[in-house]
Design a protein around this ligand. Structure first.
Ligand SMILES: *Cc1c(COP(=O)(O)O)cnc(C)c1O
Length: 405
């Protein structure tokens, strides 16, 4: 048995880069200060470290450091942006536009806003995972305060047409929020350039520590404000109270600095490995890539192996290879992925999907081993499958009546 352990689930979380860990270590014991303590050197040093990290994070997205609000992660940033804008701009209107393939942190915040009396439009996507710009423009009302569209999708890697969406929002005087968690640190992301006014992202998806994230809030043209969702000491310009997690923020800053320097080389290497993985697996019969392949993150591929159940396929490689299946995304339930359903996949194709997300520490050997194991696994599952046998015999599976659900 091969004792290889291969991690291809970098969209769920990335390992913390050892250089990030090194940068964090002095901030646990040697430098214990609270960045809000104004009357002694411990506090000043911590504040200085936070300021430096804020510059590093801001630089990665070409923003001003005053536009960075530190939070506990992208979930909190999504909640703060959506609920904070809804509250702050309630006199202007109560309507928000978002998309069916957003992360749960966005969709569930929108659900909450609907319960509080807001109105939300959930836009469809096409088979490629892209929104229709005309449908977006048609959905805008005089009461629309915010358009929320993610930069890149966590399941498929599909990148939305950010610049075009930004132009529509600008034309109608509507604020534009983006959950850019999957894009920041991996591809160039510049909110000002595309007309994004608020943007959520997180450290642990870009080789930093878990439990720290940021919300970018534009300070000019326009100057945007959000109503705080946590009340207290008034940290982070009054938008997010709570003692700052200094070691994690220092690590986040270091991760941003490394990402800025190494993005181009990581992208080149990972897109080559991703393409190798994808084209090798595509040689298996009845195999489909989900989502637009041209407008997509360089390190992700989401593939459906028709008539092979994704969870079962994962069992065939005995936890040697960490990937994510299209049925496991929402907790323990075996509901098919709502993202793939929104793309128009049937339950069968959604259930047979596997997401491979490569990362900075993925090697060529990892990919070669994965190609071999996956190909064997798919063939093995199909050899055992009466459905595959029926398919090979030319039975029209769409019109077979199954007894289960
Ligand atoms: C991971 C993820 C989140 C949640 O981030 P946390 O920092 O874990 O709260 C939100 N949105 C997207 C698109 C993600 O991929």
């Amino acid at each position: 048995m091969d004792s290889h352990l291969i991690y291809l689930d970098n969209n769920a979380t990335t390992p913390c880069d050892p250089r990030v860990v090194d940068a964090m270590l002095p901030w646990f014991f040697e430098n214990p200060g609270n960045a809000a303590s104004r009357n002694h050197p411990f506090g000043w040093k911590a504040e200085e470290a936070v300021d430096y990290a804020r510059e590093q994070v801001a630089k990665l997205i070409n923003a001003d450091s005053k536009e960075i609000i530190f939070t506990s992660g992208a979930t909190e940033s999504d909640n703060l942006a959506l609920k904070g804008i809804y509250e702050m701009y309630s006199r202007k209107g109560n309507h928000i536009i978002t998309v069916k393939t957003e992360h749960k942190a966005v969709l569930d915040s929108c659900n909450r806003i609907e319960k509080m009396g807001g109105e939300v439009t959930y836009l469809d996507v096409n088979r490629e995972g892209l929104i229709d710009l005309q449908a977006l423009e048609n959905a805008i009302r005089p009461t629309t305060v915010l358009v929320a569209v993610m930069w890149a999708n966590n399941e498929t890697g599909v990148i939305q047409p950010m610049k075009e969406i930004g132009a529509i929002c600008a034309r109608h005087g509507v604020l534009f929020f983006s959950d850019a968690t999957q894009a920041v640190g991996k591809i160039p992301v510049d909110p000002r350039e595309v007309g994004v006014h608020l943007m959520a992202f997180t450290s642990h998806k870009m080789y930093g520590p878990k439990g720290v994230g940021a919300l970018y809030v534009s300070r000019k043209n326009p100057r945007v404000k959000v109503t705080a969702q946590l009340d207290g000491g008034g940290h982070e310009r009054g938008m997010r109270s709570g003692t700052l997690n200094v070691p994690a923020i220092v690590g986040f800053g270091k991760a941003a600095e490394i990402a800025l320097h190494e993005m181009a080389q990581d992208t080149e290497r990972l897109s080559r490995l991703r393409d190798k993985l994808e084209s090798s697996l595509m040689q298996l019969e009845e195999t489909y890539v989900n989502g637009n392949r041209a407008h997509r993150m360089p390190h992700v591929t989401n593939i459906s192996f028709k008539h092979v159940e994704g969870e079962g396929l994962m069992m065939t490689f005995n936890q040697h290879i960490a990937v994510s299946s299209g049925s496991a995304c929402t907790s323990a339930s075996l509901e098919p992925s709502y993202v793939l359903i929104a793309l128009g996949l049937g339950d069968d194709l959604a259930h047979s999907s596997i997401r491979f997300s490569l990362g900075r520490f993925t090697t060529e050997e990892d990919i070669d081993y994965t190609i071999e194991s996956l190909s064997k696994g798919v063939n093995h599952m199909r050899d055992l499958s009466p459905i595959w046998e029926m398919y090979k015999e030319g039975v029209d599976l769409e019109n077979v009546k199954w007894s289960e659900h």
